[in-house]
Design a protein around this ligand. Sequence first.
Ligand SMILES: [Zn+2]
Length: 411
Amino acid sequence: MSILIKNVELKGKSVDILTDGERITEIAPDLKVEAEHVIDKRHLAVIPSFYNTHTHAAMSLLRGVADDLHLMEWLEKHIWPLEAKMTDKDIYAGSKLSILEMIKSGTTFFNDMYWHPEVTIKAAKEMGVRASIGLTLLDGAGENGSKETVDRNFHILKEECNSTISLTIAPHAIYTVSEENLIWAKEFADKNDLMLHIHLAETETEVEGCIEKTGHRPVHYLEKIGFLGKNVIAAHNVWLEADEKDILNKREVKINHNPVSNMKLGVGNTFDYSAFKGVTLGTDGASSNNNLDMSEEMKIAALLQKHVSADPTRLPAREAFDMASMNGAHAFGYDAGRIKEGMLADMLLIDLRNPCMVPGLNVISDLVYAANGNSVDTTICNGKVLMEGRVVENEEKIREAAIAAARELIN
Ligand SMILES: [Zn+2]
């Protein structure tokens, strides 16, 4: 598949862009080439697409079910009982809904942690996005969250992996996974060259529980049992002391930040952006956000850092944009996040006629501070057009299936 995009704005200049297969092959004004698919519209700017590094995609089905609660009450009384009723059909419908929302707001990769990984893989493949799918370990979930299930799923699902789909081992958190299973997860991931995806230091309660159970703060505990390394992506990282941040940096742990989820669940502290390099951004699940719009996530990340430090120079727009795009791509080994010849063709065309993008003096500033995901006109992933003119294939069917599944689940 080749795509020719004519007369698109890149860093203030009008250019043509050619993709061939997975990659951007040529960028120049007025290219005289043929392509299988041509996009020739005025008033579009090209930017790299978003990489969402912490999601629970199927939770879109639970959007709006239980708001305004503390994390443990929210999980134990509302989310976990509903999740226990979810079938693979529900998870498929919820994953499709989330991927639809992601494509419509410019996200082409998500790093997921949920149940029935095989159906989320199926959904991602059908819709053409990249995904890293967690094989979840969670002691309280019985056979579903056991290491035997993870092991079995890995051997079945590794056949599904390719340049767009990968697997992670996903021990849910310190407070839900035993030491024995955390160590097993680490060894299994290392042996099979996989990443590990874990929630870390999200709330003060988690820290207190970890100290009570193990005698150590969360990062010290994970360091002691040999869990940390550069194949770990840790979500949240809110309640950390200085020496814990040093350990995460020393071990080259990938850092994911979820400002909207943290603020909505009132976790009571703020992630320290300045302590880490290459921070990536995620929405978390739609039931603690309540959407998957990385444009909103960038804005709130930037505002939160400025607000808590009383310093408006912290987390400038360009850095917030890199957190949402390039940093996430690099954390998962993808050669994307810049519009350059040779890079993967993961990119968005932004409608510059959207009133919040006018007068268009600084596209990155407009994207971070003014726009939301609705300004995305076209979404391209791995050299394939997933949305053009805001139209995604089968959108109505996906929406109807999600509504039906959610109604049956809640009633
Ligand atoms: Zn999460």
